[in-house]
Unconditional design. Structure first.
Length: 332
């Protein structure tokens, strides 16, 4: 189901949180509402859900105006950062709750919940209490509870924030695969750029109650519409008076490019960040792979040239790498 938001505005105590937001959310995709705290993304999600009323504007589901439609009539599944399980109930009964309050026949409840728990990898935990599950399992239980009612729209509000890094990555991929399998229109609210890039098919970047840019994540990242989008979506550094991604710069001992001196080196696994003080008194940093860094043997204090990566740069690195490999083979 496609969702059309038309000129949505919302204020609290005289503070305008959303300012005439217009946004088309495509059917059957994951759309991320991405922005810093206070950008209005969670308020927009609550308006879509029917938990808040806009001061002005319209919410349209599949061509049907539902701005004043009660939340219980919107057929929406919710999954939030706070899983809020019924702690006294089993996993099975938590997932079945939405079906039972809708007076579904018990045999239908048993069939649907059993299938969902199997799909979620929770079949062996059906009789457990929520506190007996890991964080990732509790989040999958929350997803199963949201999906049990067969919603037309699934809303996810910072659903991975409480998970540790490895579990968060695993659950993100699980959600993406599951959504693509089920084809439910899904809206994900997050302040985490990597989360939006990894999970979403479509992205809307918000700041100060205004949609800054929309589009597929890779397009928005590569073609940011303004400096806020560019800096918010990923690291930037200033080179020749322009903001540029650090991985779009290259260093050279040969002297080509703008001249500077390496002042610091930070190694983060496969990524290395090299900080350079330029001769014009500016500073910048360059992001490169671990292998490329060690191939060139950069050290603090080295005089280097800095330039944008071009096809010629890449060709030189490839030739140099091949030559080094050949020399090493010959020595062996």
């Amino acid at each position: 189901m496609d969702i059309d938001l038309q000129h949505i505005s919302k204020s609290y105590g005289g503070r305008e949180v959303l300012r005439r937001v217009t946004l088309d959310i495509p059917s059957g995709k994951i759309t991320a509402l991405l922005g810093p705290s206070g950008s209005g993304k969670s308020t927009l999600l609550r308006i879509i859900a029917g938990l808040e009323m806009p001061d002005s504007g319209e919410v349209v589901f599949g061509g049907r105006h539902i701005t004043t439609t009660p939340v219980r009539e919107r057929n929406i599944g919710f999954c939030f950062q706070d899983y809020a399980p019924f702690r006294h109930m089993s996993v099975f009964d938590n997932v079945a709750y939405g079906l039972r309050i809708r007076k579904q026949p018990e045999n239908t409840v048993v069939t649907d919940v059993t299938q969902l728990l199997s799909r979620m990898g929770l079949a062996d935990h059906a009789n457990h209490r929520p506190h007996e599950l890991s964080g990732g399992q509790r989040q999958r239980m929350s997803l199963a509870r949201a999906l049990a009612i067969k919603p037309s729209v699934l809303l996810l509000d910072e659903p991975f924030a409480a998970l540790d890094a490895q579990v968060r990555s695993d659950v993100r991929q699980f959600v993406r695969n599951l959504q693509h399998e089920l084809g439910i229109t899904t809206i994900l609210v997050t302040h985490d750029q990597s989360e939006a890039m990894e999970v979403a098919d479509y992205m809307a970047v918000l700041n100060d109650g205004v949609v800054q840019q929309v589009g597929p994540p890779s397009y928005v990242y590569d073609h940011p519409g303004n400096s806020f989008v560019k800096t918010f979506l990923g690291p930037t550094t200033e080179f020749q008076s322009a903001l540029i991604r650090p991985h779009q710069l290259t260093l050279s001992h040969s002297g080509r490019g703008d001249q500077g001196t390496i002042t610091d080196i930070v190694q983060l696994g496969f990524e290395v960040r090299v900080f350079v003080a330029m001769e014009d008194d500016s500073t910048l940093w360059v992001q490169m792979t671990h292998d490329l860094f060690h191939r060139h043997s950069y050290s603090i204090g080295d005089k280097v040239g800095v330039s944008r990566i071009t096809a010629n740069n890449l060709r030189n690195d490839t030739v140099e790498s091949a030559t080094s490999a050949s020399e090493a083979h010959n020595v062996g």
